[in-house]
Ligand binder design. Structure first.
Ligand code: LER
Ligand code: MN
Length: 272
């Protein structure tokens, strides 16, 4: 059964980012639980910031799971990414992600590689960049496997990466990996920009899809844009998806309404 989740960001530099709750993990958990979400997804500035949270107590108190942990702060705060031409910087990027994998592991929460994948450019051609990315996915995927959690790779729209922008390209990226522990994140906002048809894109990802960012066409709460959720829900059922549909959306008009609208739309399509 598909489960609901909502994002909480405690990254100061991302306070204008597409996250439902900001700044306060305890308050976010309380509101998520009150609305009946199954889980929260955490976007933190570092592994230490996750370890510093009384997360176990909060999750237990509110009967919530930790759906996933984001790694994007490595890029947002430090400019680190996995395709950097500089080997030392690539190592730092991997170390940053490894720390987040370790911090999420006690909660069985996989790490998400989104913006930290980077892009190819004048300093690193496409094949070299894809090679760097695959090397890191192999290493980090096996590291996550050691904790019994998958590693999540997120295709992004063309304005954020030029490596894999569709589910089909995501599947192509994973195919030669030596690890089988990397899954795809289907973010409906990115898919709305890149896929010819979102439901078909989900079918392209098929069994590889391990996480969903559940959001509308305008990156607001599901239900506030023009996304057609009927075919999307049908495609997710068809591929047997049973992970999280996690709201990664701008808090417009505010966090509470974004969470409320999300769970209303979630229930209409996944609990009816
Ligand atoms: C970035 O646009 C995104 O969708 C995040 O989930 C990845 O960091
Ligand atoms: Mn996303």
């Amino acid at each position: 059964m598909i489960k609901s989740a909502v994002t909480i960001s405690i990254v100061e530099e991302a306070k204008k980012g597409p996250f439902v709750f900001h700044a306060d993990v305890a308050a976010g958990c309380e509101k998520a639980a009150a609305l009946g979400f199954d889980a929260v997804e955490l976007f933190a500035p570092s592994a230490d910031a996750i370890n510093a949270q009384p997360l176990g107590e909060l999750l237990e108190k509110h009967s919530l799971n930790l759906a996933a942990v984001g790694t994007g702060a490595g890029m947002v705060i430090h400019g680190l990414h996995l395709c950097d031409a500089d080997a030392g910087r690539r190592t730092q990027a991997c170390d940053f992600i490894r720390g987040i994998i370790d911090a999420g592991a006690p909660f069985k929460a996989p790490a998400i590689i989104g913006s930290m994948q980077g892009r190819w450019d004048a300093t690193t051609d496409k094949d070299t960049a894809l090679g760097y990315l695959r090397d890191s996915l192999n290493d980090l995927g096996e590291h996550a496997a050691g904790h019994g959690v998958p590693l999540i790779y997120e295709p992004l729209n063309r304005y954020e990466t030029n490596l894999a922008t569709t589910m089909a390209e995501g599947v192509e990226l994973l195919a030669p990996l030596s690890t089988s522990n990397v899954v795809l994140l289907a973010d409906l906002f990115h898919m709305n920009i890149e896929e010819a048809n979102i439901a078909d894109g989900l079918r392209d990802g098929g069994k590889h899809i391990g996480h969903v960012h559940f959001v509308d066409s305008n990156r607001q709460a599901a239900g506030r844009g023009h996304m057609d959720y009927g075919p999307i829900a049908a495609a997710l059922q068809e591929i047997g998806y049973d992970g999280y549909a996690c709201a990664e959306a701008f808090p417009i008009p505010d966090s509470d309404e974004t969470a409320r609208q999300t769970i209303e739309t979630f229930k209409a399509f996944f609990r009816s």
